[in-house]
Design a protein around this ligand. Structure first.
Ligand code: KIV
Length: 268
């Protein structure tokens, strides 16, 4: 069936209609093609690619050129979903000029349709500058992986009165600055619900409970492709790592036993 490409106005229509929004990361041609074939509405080239597909310990080393490389591969596959590219550490924190330039590169050279960046009040001026350049921005607050050293690790945020009030102020500042949506990561479900009720833009949760306007997961976590223990908020809908390991073991055995290639795999 012919499907029409999803645009930003389509995403906002889903929010207005009260329909929950599905979002998933993808980092390369095959993962983007699979997410797109399934009908995911927002595809994110997350800076989580640093850890998930490049093996870094955290997202800090990811560069704008790495995000661009992966964005181009994703864009070659996507026909349906709305595509957002993540702004990596130091591509926007240094000021509005750098932020607009780097966000612009993700659209101009990568082909993305919007950008995402981490931060609340501290990033309001940057969000304003990027949106003034007509580049749609998705915000991201709560457990923001680029703040790993301030947080002292990946820790749930907003658990006490002071920090939950600060996150509400941050959410309002991001909306006020012109973001079209906001990722809420690693915060209590009650706080996510309160923030969602106060905003007039969609909230997309990851480890933020169900009282938000949409959900995002990492592709490899959802499909069970990662070899490590998953955080509580992850639901594995498949166990593809085990399937892949056992398929490859079978291949090794057939090579050793002389079973593969068979007659049907041999040119006459
Ligand atoms: O980098 C990423 O994948 C993200 C999502 C998990 C929201 O920021």
């Amino acid at each position: 069936m012919e499907r029409k490409k999803i645009t930003l106005p389509n995403i906002l229509k889903l929010y207005d209609a009260g329909e929950r929004i599905s979002m998933l990361t993808a980092y390369d041609f095959p993962s983007a093609a699979i997410a797109d074939a399934a009908g995911i509405e927002i595809i994110l080239i997350g800076d989580s690619l640093g850890m998930v597909v490049n093996g870094y310990k955290n997202t800090m080393p990811v560069t704008i050129d790495e995000i661009l490389y992966h964005t181009r591969a994703v864009m070659r596959a996507v026909e349906y979903g709305f595509v957002i590219a993540d702004m990596p550490f130091l591509s926007y924190q240094t000021g509005a000029h750098d932020a607009v330039y780097n966000a612009g590169r993700l659209l101009k050279e990568g082909g993305a349709e919007a950008v995402k960046l981490e931060g609340g009040r501290n990033m309001a001026e940057v969000i304003k500058a990027i949106t003034r350049a007509d580049i749609p921005v998705m915000g991201h607050i709560g457990l923001t992986p680029q703040s790993i050293h301030r947080m002292g690790g990946y820790k749930i945020q907003g658990r006490d009165v002071k920090s939950s009030a600060a996150l509400i102020t941050d959410a309002l500042a991001v909306e006020d600055a012109g973001a079209f949506a906001l990722v809420l990561e690693g915060i209590p479900g009650g706080l996510a619900k309160e923030i969602t009720a106060k905003l007039h833009i969609p909230t997309i949760g990851i480890g933020a409970g169900k009282e938000v306007n949409g959900q995002v997961l990492v592709f490899h976590d959802l499909l069970g492709l990662s070899g490590h223990k998953q955080p509580t908020f992850v639901k594995q809908y498949a166990h593809l790592r085990e399937t892949a390991v056992s398929a490859i073991q079978q291949y090794i055995k057939e090579v050793k036993d002389g079973v593969f290639p068979g007659e049907e795999h041999t040119y006459k």
